[in-house]
Design a protein around this ligand. Sequence first.
Ligand SMILES: *Cc1c(COP(=O)(O)O)cnc(C)c1O
Length: 432
Amino acid sequence: MLSSNLSRDASGVLCFAGQRTDDLAAQYGTPLYLMDEDRIRSNCRMYRKALRESFEGQALPLYASKASCFTQMLRIMAEEGMGLDVVSRGEICTAKRAGFPMERVCFHGDGKTTEDIRTALQEHVGCFIVDGIDELLALQKEADALGVHQKVLLRITPGIDPHTYEAVSTGKVDVKFGVPIETGQAFEFVRLALAQSALDVAGLHCHVGSMVFDEMVFEDTSDVMLDFIALLQKELGFITQVLDLGGGYGVRYLESDKTMDIAVRIRALSEHIRRKAECVQVPMPYILMEPGRSIVADAGLTVYTVSAVKHIPGFKSYAITDGGMTDNPRYCLYGAKYTVLPVVASDEEATAVFDLAGRCCESGDILQPAVLLPAGLRRGDLVAMCTTGAYHYSMASNYNRLGRPPVVMLREGKSALAVRRETPDDLCALDI
Ligand SMILES: *Cc1c(COP(=O)(O)O)cnc(C)c1O
């Protein structure tokens, strides 16, 4: 099985976190997002331990809440001692409801509005990640008006290609995020930030992309950042106390994907950073990392009911589900690959090829092309899609006025709703 929280019981039924997925589907309905809470917690602990041990206590992982954000999830992050990345007032509000300590919250985003800035200042978020000069000046103005001092990190674009999908690549010179080093703009950005009376520049932030497997991406990024840190020290006398390296470690969606030991990677990275800091003669900064996907992706499984099977002789077969691009837009967005499994393994092998489709009014509403499922698949059968914990619930939409599926947390053999199913009445609730 793709992940150790997947198994089949003696009768061939797919179990997730030790619980029968057919029973869960019967209890909560489909489409259904299941989340393995024990796995979420163990992923957090792995990151915290690896960072603590590798950087002698001078490091912290921040959970990138955009990967999956709801109150119960952020409560878990608070309990596990994580920091938190947020990018909107909605995420700040969720953090507050979860009782998340605001001093461990970092406010991200390339398009913060004045209202966003005011809310975040009033809620006393620990840190702003300032994306550029327009935001810098707006933040100075608002902080000054409120008579507060705000800690900030400055988002810098290191000019690194993470060798991943174009749509999730964020570190190259000409992306919309941050301020590039290569053009000289980052240097001016730092100089200007240091001159702002209401802002306390603690350090720098960078994030080069998502689904990173390449061995050297974080090492190369740190090299570029530490060279820049050394330049700032020499030219401006500025000591960078905090270096945030962003998120991005990849996860396995397919059996054929590489396995990666993140703890081992972090240890190697820490040694690399220490050597580089020594070499360019800057003090070791406090290190932040911002994992999202690698905290929650393998803790998620989506269960669908097949609504229809269509065979088009000489062409292809479709298995149409009760979900679709509304609960998972990732194949439509960037061709994301997945492992799809029948919930009940029959005697018959999974040998027929289907395009797993959704119910939305778009021909492109495909969850995954060419998946292997039993040839006798029919209406009413259940199928499961693996590794759906990250960027699924958080990316879900209401296209066709479909309600978003519930999120059910699985822990120590028990299940409980964390987000209830959206009803047709919920969907009409905002209409005047
Ligand atoms: C998306 C994002 C992350 C998280 O990335 P993952 O690939 O989910 O680990 C972290 N930091 C920033 C700035 C991001 O935009």
